[in-house]
Write a protein that binds this ligand. Sequence first.
Ligand code: ADP
Ligand code: MG
Length: 238
Amino acid sequence: MGQIELRNVRKSFRDVEVIKGIDLTIEEGELMIFVGPSGCGKSTLLRLIAGLVEASDGQILIDGDDVTGKPPAERELSMVFQSYALYPHKTVRENVGFALEVSHMAKADIKAKVDEAAATLQLDQLLDRKPKELSGGQRQRVAIGRAIVREPKAFLFDEPLSNLDAALRVEMRLEIARLHKKLAATMVYVTHDQVEAMTLASKIVVLQAGQIEQVGTPLDLYRKPANLFVAQFIGSPK
Ligand code: ADP
Ligand code: MG
């Protein structure tokens, strides 16, 4: 579960088309990274998948079901927001379990799911703390924990590491790679950082001005960039 398919997806804000007919299949278990310069449409594309933005044209399918026009809650995806979106007055346990509480799950079941997510993310010792008592990396792990407990079909990340310092970014990059392997989940990840994309992705989508320049593995892009834009962006000779 977790295949996402975009068919000729377009998005205009007022009269300006910012997503210009995207055809793309993200296979189950893939860690697909959207990369490209600021303003090229990465966040909009992710938000279209999440249902936070409605497509002007085209279709979005999740596991073969047409979800175009459906609200986020009916798509069974989890968007991982940056760590500052945590509830400051709630503990780690309450932050991670919040979506389940809202869904009226039984308390014992919530506890079990939160404990399991905490073990996966090495948050076991931190469950009673408040966000302000955590490091940046720990907060980011809590933000991921909130997504995990919902058992989504796919995880969507929008520049999750951009607020962290350089050392922590590397640490969290490894953490996300580890998590991807452990959960074997579909992940769609947006970054403007080509190093992050090249080291983390199973596949990369290079975007420019709302269009796909190339889709491929990091090695494909490095060895056979489709054009000068990709070559320069990835930093390989051509
Ligand atoms: P990226 O994430 O690659 O930096 P975005 O997807 O945020 O790019 O934005 C792509 C383009 O769409 C930009 O020109 C941006 O100004 C425009 N845009 C994004 N969201 C909106 C919005 N809600 N209303 C109007 N224009 C928007
Ligand atoms: Mg963005």
